[in-house]
Ligand binder design. Structure first.
Ligand code: 8GP
Length: 822
């Protein structure tokens, strides 16, 4: 990999200069935050040449571009990652040391760019990294939320949401580009005029808002490619004109100000759940319209035939959130470019592709017709016409089968179904892991699969090893490089070379020692942030992810309660010390999820303060789980909890980050766990619980009756009773009754325990017992953990992106040379 030359003197001068010009200070006087800003600007400077060169190269070689449209990009911090990918990290660290500055401290000043909720948003971020590293022309298209994912504080054991003011000190990496602003129109009505026998659609009485692009550089690893994440900010079209005394005009100006302000104010904090708010649909159309306009403008700069747009551009829709892109593209092609319906449809259906990320029914996007047509009148007309034509197709293929129409129509029962629109207008529909894609084909989207099987394909998710190993776990990264060379950085399957060392005692020892040091690092973080002492020699058993019932954090904590009971009842029994670590944000309005957080913290309070158990058990809830602390958590984990109800987790990506860092999976046969086990072997993971087929089967029978378990299994009964006898809530014994009721009476879908927590409990406890047994055998454990690292090659997002390129996008590879090398 070509390493760019780094000019140390120049860099130091640049940092000093930035401190002076930005803050009128010398380095010694600057605050840590100011130093971060100054270093950030110096790094952006270092990126700029390559960013310009990349754009020039794209203009010259005219490659096909993927526009990755996503409501979410969960980027985390940029500084460290940019330095890693520039291949300057160590040099900059050294240069800063020379002037008395600590890069780690500086990195710590940067707020996470938390423009996403969880898996879907972080996947988009990993994809951006891989696209640039592989040398493909890509734009990430999203929204510049003024407030990202809320910050989580734990107060008295409860989650409290605090606004995330990530931009309050400015963002040194962003580049505002008002010269490329676009106008986006909402509401009003559509007037149809006849021009020489052709209908012309004119939107009137609308409100408009200006979409202003803000660009962030996406640095490819060691290849001079800098792609762009373009996030749109909103401004009022005409800045407020005070001389407008006409009442109507004045009010309109106020409305437009407000529209602009509200639009990009905040990210909706729901994961796997649709809130159905009008503002959300506005956000969707806002960034999609701006992005589609931009893509067309770019194409038209050097191509004349809009009918061939799809040869140079493709839109990947990250879930259904950007699906209005379909209709927006149709609108522009017809109303502005003058194409006929069939021509526009031909272009659209060769341009748009859709990724499904979840089968959870409550996440499926459906908009009331009233809302949709009021907000987007012209777009609604187009969707109606797409629907009309599609229904005719259904009737042709399935004559006299109204059931099919009812199930498949885009508009039905007063709602617009976004997934149906995406499938009908897309040339590709993909799931995110093998099992998930099979469930889509056989169940959730069965009718569509039968009608258009050629569209369906699988793209198993991946993660970037550059952030989650090279940056997040420098000790292990260095060790891996010493053993297999550094090619794994851009070719992860090379990491397989570690397999020859798994029985080598010296290697085992070194490997476990690195894990130990990472546990010490996390223990220090926990002490600082939670005030809890944890023993780095205990098993670090970790579940970090969004809090959701289907992910079953509740099963995990019930099992901790069960273990605690065991230890209390049998103090004589040998018990290997364990630290159970949780990290999770709950959507602000998700009461049962929030109560689960309270339960975890309440159990932690009791267990951690019980001197009688000699520190055998510790429970830690890490506040404000986010990308930046995740990197440390993965590095320190022994056990990776991936315990979703089988069939519910589309893929999971945390599972892959743990594996890459040498944690062993304790999980169900769900999502990508299935493929992880396929790679590493079932003997190197701890698998338990019902299969997806069993779950789906039992669901179709209306569930099961957990009261039998409750009545016959005294230990489970004991744990459940502790939810309602005040064991963990002495002042308010009723506090956790809601969880008790969900498990035994009604947990939603009109049945008890809809996520089969109690049904899987024994099998989970047994798998946990096997974990302990395995960990006691140090060599066996070291070997298992090392084999996990060695077999993680498949799960790089570089592989995922290459598959998208080969099977869906068909992009051209680009190389960028800088002047200094030419
Ligand atoms: C997630 C899936 O739950 C997860 O299994 C998968 O790995 C990930 O997407 C990436 O494919 N889904 C979401 O994050 C999701 O639906 N988020 C909603 C906020 C939109």
């Amino acid at each position: 990999m070509a390493k760019r030359t780094f000019n140390k003197e120049f860099f130091i001068r640049s940092v000093k200069y930035n401190v002076r010009t930005l803050f009128r200070k010398e380095i010694e006087e600057a605050t840590e935050q100011q130093i971060f800003q100054a270093v950030g600007y110096a790094v952006k400077d270092a990126i700029m040449d390559a960013w310009i060169a990349t754009q020039k190269e794209y203009e010259k070689s005219d490659p096909k571009i993927v526009y990755y449209m996503s409501m979410e990009f969960l980027m985390g911090r940029a500084l460290g990652n940019n330095l890693i990918n520039l291949t300057f990290y160590d040099e900059v660290k050294e240069a800063l040391e020379e002037i008395g500055l600590d890069l780690n401290m500086i990195e710590d000043q940067e707020p996470d760019a938390a423009l996403g909720n969880g898996g879907l948003g972080r996947l988009a971020a990993c994809f951006m990294d891989s696209l640039a590293t592989l040398g493909y022309a890509a734009y990430g298209c999203g929204i510049r939320y003024r407030y990202g994912m809320f910050k989580q504080q734990i107060v008295d054991g409860y989650q409290v949401e605090v606004p995330d003011m990530w931009l309050k000190n400015g963002n040194p990496f962003e580049l505002r580009r008002p010269e490329y602003a676009k106008t986006v129109k909402f509401g009003g009505y559509v007037r149809i005029e006849n021009h020489n026998g052709k209908n012309v659609f004119i939107q009137e009485g609308y409100q408009s808002v200006l979409a202003v692009p803000v660009d962030l550089p996406i640095v490819g690893y060691g290849n001079n490619v800098i792609n762009t994440l373009r996030i749109w900010d909103a401004e009022a079209v005409n800045s407020f004109e005070l001389d407008r005394f006409d009442k109507g005009e004045y009010e309109k100006a106020v409305e437009q100000e407000n529209l602009a302000r509200n639009l990009v104010e905040v990210l909706y904090p729901n994961d796997n759940h649709m809130a159905g708010k009008e503002l959300r649909l506005k956000q969707q159309y806002f960034f999609v319209s701006a992005s589609v306009q931009e893509a067309i403008a770019k194409y038209k700069k050097n191509h004349s035939d809009i009918r061939k747009f799809y040869e140079k551009a493709t839109f990947q829709l990250n879930d259904t959130h950007p699906t209005v892109a379909v209709a927006e593209l149709m609108r522009i092609l017809m109303d502005e470019e003058g194409l006929e319906w069939d021509e526009a449809w031909d272009v659209t259906t060769k341009t748009c592709a859709y990724t499904n990320h979840t089968i959870m029914a409550e996440a499926l996007e459906k908009w009331p017709i009233e809302l949709f047509s009021r907000l987007l009148p012209r777009i609604y007309q187009i969707v109606e016409e797409i629907n009309r034509r599609f229904v005719i197709e259904i009737q042709k293929q399935y004559p006299n089968n109204y059931e099919k129409v009812k199930k498949m129509a885009i508009i039905m029962d007063g709602q617009v179904k976004m997934a149906h629109l995406a499938i009908v207008a897309g040339y590709s529909v993909n799931g995110v892991a093998k099992l998930h894609t099979e469930i889509l084909k056989k169940r959730e989207l069965k009718d569509f699969y039968e009608m258009m099987p050629q569209k369906f394909n699988n793209k198993t998710n991946g993660i970037t090893q550059r952030r989650f190993l090279l940056h997040g776990n420098p000790l292990l990264a260095k060790w891996v490089t010493e053993h297999v060379g550094d090619e794994w950085i851009t070719d992860l399957p090379r990491i397989k070379g570690l397999a020859v060392y798994v029985d080598d005692e010296k290697a085992q020892h070194e490997f476990m020692n690195i894990k130990y040091q990472n546990k010490v690092r996390l223990a220090k973080y926990i002490k600082e942030h939670n005030g809890i002492d944890v023993d780095p020699r205990s098993i670090f058993d970790v579940q970090v992810k969004r809090l959701h019932e289907y992910k079953r954090q509740l099963m995990n904590i019930l099992h901790v309660m069960y273990l605690y009971n065991q230890i209390k009842e049998h103090p004589e029994k040998d018990f290997y010390p364990r630290t159970f670590i949780f990290g999770a944000k709950a959507a602000a309005g998700y009461m049962r999820a929030k109560l689960t957080i309270k339960l975890i913290n309440s159990v932690a309070d009791v267990v951690n303060n019980d001197a009688s158990i000699n520190g055998k058990l510790k429970v830690v809830f890490i506040e404000d789980y986010r990308v930046s602390n995740a990197e440390w958590i993965f590095a320190a984990a022994d056990v990776s909890e991936q315990i979703s109800t089988a069939s519910k987790e589309a893929s999971g990506t945390g599972n892959m980050k743990f594996m890459l860092n040498g944690a062993v999976t304790l999980g169900t046969m769900d999502g990508a766990n299935v493929e992880i086990v396929e790679e590493v072997g079932e003997e190197n993971a701890f698998i338990f619980g019902m299969s997806a087929d069993e779950v789906i089967d039992l669901e179709s029978k209306g569930g099961y009756d957990p009261s039998q378990l409750f009545n016959t299994d005294q230990e489970i009964r004991h744990v459940l009773m502790q939810l309602i006898n005040g064991e963990y809530a002495p002042n308010d014994p009723e506090r956790f009754r809601e969880l008790y009721n969900a498990l035994l009476i009604d947990g939603g879908y009109n049945r008890p325990d809809p996520y089969f927590i109690l049904k899987d409990f024994r099998s989970y406890a047994d798998a946990q017992r096997r974990v302990e047994e395995a960990y006691r055998d140090e060599k066996r454990w070291a070997k298992m953990a090392m084999l996990n690292v060695a077999h993680s090659g498949k799960f790089t997002s570089d592989r995922t992106i290459q598959e998208y390129v080969d099977d869906i996008w068909k992009l051209d590879k680009v190389t960028v040379k800088l002047e200094e090398e030419a």
